[in-house]
Design a protein around this ligand. Structure first.
Ligand code: KG4
Ligand code: ZN
Length: 338
């Protein structure tokens, strides 16, 4: 079975093709970052228009390896959560294509997509496990009993981890999105140089909070001025350490508290080098396994959507033609809102 995946929930226009397995055939991502960079963040209206401009080219490229046009068996598309205008471009395109080819389509929750990136690995993680989803909009801990069964056991009370990286990078004039820039600068810095706060240190609390870190970073800059050279590297390493320390500790505490034997990382921030190292080291120490997806499958892509769609379509699930897209859709609500 060949399944096309489409992802347009934010600022990446992406399409991918999977075959049975799910096995990745193509993974095409057109990043709009250059378009939004000059605004210091994503402009939703411009993002929707860019998706319209790019989607045909991106989908065509993803479908290239199909032996014949009729070989496509189904289409999966992100229908939430995300920017509503952007979601509508992808979902209406997917429905139109599925209707014209008389094949089924399925709406996928973007967070389930992030988790499904793990299904594309040769060595797939076993169930049940604990998942940490960390992206620009989410910092969530889920107990995953099996594919499609998620229980939220912790979430951010304010900013998401990626949002904290992006906002602090903006204070440092490192451009947008800032997570990757902080990661690069941190590689040459001393993570112990500045003791940034770690919120909610109680081992039994699985919620996160990053607004205090953001305030501490701003106050440090107001007091000491914009760092340059080694001071900038140290500042980035200290911020990154504060975020990665809290995320990795809470993930492991939550896995142990729920009697789970392993953890899966997902979302753009899962590409962070320090977070990956700390999660792996701390899991090894506690006798837990850790699954770290390849970095290109951490940030937004359609391979993960195609993988989730392949799982659902091969079980016979279909979305009705009347289903639309929604900006909010908690992952532990199993049914897709219309
Ligand atoms: O999953 P994603 O691509 O989009 C959303 O669903 O939000 O995540 C984007 C987020 C951004 O906040 C970006 O700064 C962050 O992931 N990010 C990183 C790294 N690469 C991307 N944060 C820290 N270190 C990285 N290497
Ligand atoms: Zn995402």
């Amino acid at each position: 079975m060949f399944v096309l995946g489409i992802e347009t929930s934010c600022d990446d226009t992406a399409a991918a093709l999977v075959s049975d397995g799910p096995c990745l055939e193509t993974n095409i991502v057109y990043s709009q970052v250059k378009t939004h960079e000059r605004f210091g963040g994503i402009v939703p209206e411009i993002a929707s228009r860019e998706h319209i401009n790019r989607i045909v080219t991106v989908v065509r490229a993803a479908l290239e390896p199909l032996p014949e046009p009729d070989a496509l068996d189904g289409i999966a598309v992100t229908t939430g959560p995300g920017l509503i205008g952007s979601l509508l471009v992808g979902s209406q395109f997917a429905k139109g294509l599925a209707f014209s080819r008389n094949i089924p389509w399925i709406g996928i929750n973007h967070l389930e997509g992030h988790l499904a990136a793990a299904l594309l690995a040769d060595d797939k993680p076993s169930y049940p496990h604990l998942a940490l989803i960390v992206s620009g909009g989410h910092s969530h801990l889920f107990k995953v009993s099996s594919f499609g069964h998620y229980q939220c056991i912790g979430a951010t009370l304010d900013d998401a981890a990626g949002e904290a990286f992006d906002k602090i990078a903006k204070l440092l004039d490192l451009g947008y999105p800032g997570g990757i820039a902080i990661d690069k600068h941190a590689a040459q810095g001393n993570p112990e140089k500045i003791a940034f706060p770690r919120a909610l240190p109680n081992k039994k609390v699985f919620d996160f909070s990053f607004s205090g870190l953001k305030t501490a970073a701003r106050e440090h800059l107001q007091k000491h001025g914009q760092p340059k050279g080694q001071d900038l590297f140290d500042f980035c390493a200290s911020v990154q350490e504060a975020i990665a320390d809290v995320l990795s500790k809470k993930t492991i505490h939550a896995a142990k508290a729920h009697g789970l034997e392993g953890v899966v990382l997902a979302g753009g921030v899962a590409a962070n080098s320090r977070l990956r190292t700390l999660v792996q080291e701390r899991c090894d120490k506690e006798g837990l396994w850790a699954f770290l997806p390849p970095k290109p499958l951490c940030t937004d892509n359609a391979a993960m959507v195609a993988a989730a769609g392949w799982m659902r379509l091969s079980r016979g699930e279909r979305s009705p033609w009347s289903q639309g897209a929604v900006s909010r859709w908690p992952l532990d609500k199993n049914h897709a809102p219309s």
